[in-house]
Design a protein around this ligand. Structure first.
Ligand code: FAD
Length: 534
């Protein structure tokens, strides 16, 4: 692996928006970015359609943006973080402009803004309608390639952090195309930017690499893991058996498309006064229940969009046509899909995890911004605001001496790709069945047992061990939260409990304790751990 020699002392793991923005903000300090595939591939960031939220429109304010964020998060948003992120949003959008992102603007140079669900103003900065993610990533990749201080190492996946005396001192990686080949990089500072968890659910809109590896690695290093029970399911992924599942964007429902079952009945109208425009979790449950009852769920765009479909929604139109569904003539079959993780590695307002030498930014982190439910288009925003803050903090910490050594090698025990695929497939099935849109004690206990069995059988394969550990954090947090709130719905506890209006925190030690007596100790440990980070 000659290309791995002498990387810089700052390692950024993941090359989505959070990773690349952090790397650019650290320039001219030398940084090494690890990416499993070619830059831009395998990152949710490139697939974002709506855009990035920022109070840059006339009459809007950062206070209003923060208030909307707090309201959407169902009672547990960290208001201080929400205000800080909303306040810094306009400056970060200007940074993206400076990096060359061609945001839509009118002749006077003002941003053309969209409005999305639960925003009280037009606030979404976008590119060519639904191309925000791709355009942002293209501009950043071009800027990164012109920035000599950023070294990109493609084709490697991180498997574990190296810890010495409680401090992160390096990273263990393996070749993506040949997992037998491994290497250890020594680093003074590691920034995890590995994205979400969709790849541990059977149906997801996320790229396959999003398997919660960052959560697992950080947990083993001693980091606090927060709010993992809060998972956002998109109600209308297109149900054509594709993996990942393509999105039928919310904007279609905004234009008047309706959700119907096989019999053509509009089921959302009887479930919520806002029908198809109800909050995302309510619509996802409506779709889930129709499918579970065998009635199917379809997005009927024939009247509301009709012949203008191909020009107004080219991405969705192309995906449908490729699957043999003409959305102008036929309702589109839909299914809820894991879309976004509100939980993750607990960090402070500078991306610090509480473990020396370790930062986390983007979807893998949990700052408290999203609470139990993310406000639309706040995730790209969080990636850039926290990316910039983490970059400053890493630079300030001075925690990046140059690399002293590099170990390369081959694993002693062969990784069996078929066994890996089968184990991860089993985790995905269990998670969707038992820890998906609807959860219950019985299902979550079954999931714990099933995932632990997969983890034990696959413990010599880091990809299996990491995916299983991330899954266990989600299942256990969902089991402990005996109420329904935001993206977490318990069919056995369907109400929201005011007493439980707080974030949840867990450590690896806490995760492995199971009995009720132990659970009480865990609670005090969780509270303590939660304070420790600040
Ligand atoms: C279809 C879709 C549409 C969306 N639309 C919007 C929107 O309009 N607005 C909005 O704000 N948000 C949107 N989101 C959410 C948003 O895109 C993500 O939350 C955000 O892009 C996350 O950025 P990130 O950099 O943290 O992660 P990602 O962009 O997913 O990048 C993660 C990176 O880490 C790498 N990685 C993963 N595991 C490893 C490993 N073990 N070792 C090394 N590298 C690893 C991945 O390959 C990738 O390079 C959307 C998401 C999806 C899936």
């Amino acid at each position: 692996m000659p290309e791995l020699r002498n990387p810089s002392g700052i390692l950024i793991v993941g090359a989505g928006l959070a990773g690349l923005f952090t790397a650019l903000k650290l320039a001219p300090r030398p940084v090494t970015v690890i990416s499993p595939g070619p830059l831009g591939e395998g990152a949710s960031s490139a697939w974002a359609q709506g855009g990035i939220a920022a109070a840059v429109g006339e009459g809007d304010s950062t206070d209003a943006h923060a208030e909307d964020t707090i309201r959407a998060g169902a009672g547990i948003v960290d208001a201080r973080i929400a205000r800080l992120v909303a306040r810094e949003a306009p400056a970060r959008v200007r940074d993206l402009l400076a990096y060359g992102v061609p945001f839509d603007r009118d002749l006077a140079g003002h941003f053309v803004l969209s409005r999305e669900a639960a925003h009280s103003a037009k606030r979404i900065v976008r590119v060519a309608g639904d191309r925000a993610g791709r355009a942002i990533m293209e501009a950043l990749i071009a800027t990164v390639s012109r920035t000599p201080s950023i070294r990109v190492v493609e084709g490697f996946e991180a498997e574990d952090l190296v810890i010495d005396a409680g401090r992160v001192t390096g990273l263990q990686i393996a070749r993506h195309d040949d997992p037998q080949r491994t290497a250890t990089l020594e680093a003074g500072a590691v920034v995890l930017a590995t994205g979400g968890i969709g790849g541990i659910f059977a149906v997801t809109t996320n790229p396959g690499h999003a398997r919660g590896t960052g959560i697992a690695m950080a947990a083993r290093a001693g980091a606090v893991i927060a709010d993992t029970e809060f998972v956002q399911f998109h109600p209308t992924a297109i149900d054509i058996g594709a993996d990942p599942a393509p999105l039928a964007t919310e904007a279609l429902r905004g234009e008047g498309a309706t959700l119907v079952n096989k019999a053509g009945e509009r089921f959302m109208a009887r479930l919520h006064p806002d029908a198809e425009l109800a909050p995302r979790d309510v619509v996802a449950r409506g779709v889930f229940q129709e499918i579970a009852a065998g009635r199917g769920a379809f997005l009927d765009c024939r009247t509301a969009i009709g012949a203008k479909f191909a020009t107004s929604f080219p991405t969705v139109h192309a995906r449908c046509m490729a699957a043999g569904i003409d959305p102008v003539r036929r309702p589109i079959p839909v299914v809820p899909a894991e879309h976004y993780h509100m939980g993750g590695i607990r960090t402070d307002e500078n991306g610090r995890t509480g473990v020396a030498g370790l930062w986390a930014v983007g979807e893998v982190a949990s700052t408290g911004l999203h609470g139990a439910n993310r406000l639309a288009s706040n995730s790209l925003l969080e990636a850039v605001v926290l990316g910039a803050r983490a970059a400053e903090d890493v630079a300030r910490s001075g925690a990046h001496p140059s690399v002293r050594a590099l170990a390369e090698g081959r694993r002693r025990r062969e990784i069996d790709p078929a066994a890996r695929a089968s184990a991860i497939g089993e985790i995905r099935r269990v998670m969707s069945r038992c820890a998906g849109v609807e959860r219950s004690e019985v299902g979550l206990r079954a999931a714990l047992g099933a995932v632990e069995r997969v983890k034990a059988a696959g413990r010599h394969d880091p990809a299996i061990a990491n995916a299983a550990l991330a899954a266990l954090f989600i299942v256990e947090a969902a089991r402990r939260r005996k109420e329904s709130r935001g993206g977490h719905f318990r069919s056995d506890y369907p109400e929201t409990s005011h007493k439980l209006a707080r974030r949840s925190f867990m450590t690896l030690a806490g995760l492995s304790l199971r009995s009720e007596a132990q659970a009480r100790d865990v609670l005090s440990e969780i509270t303590h751990a939660g304070r420790k980070v600040r």
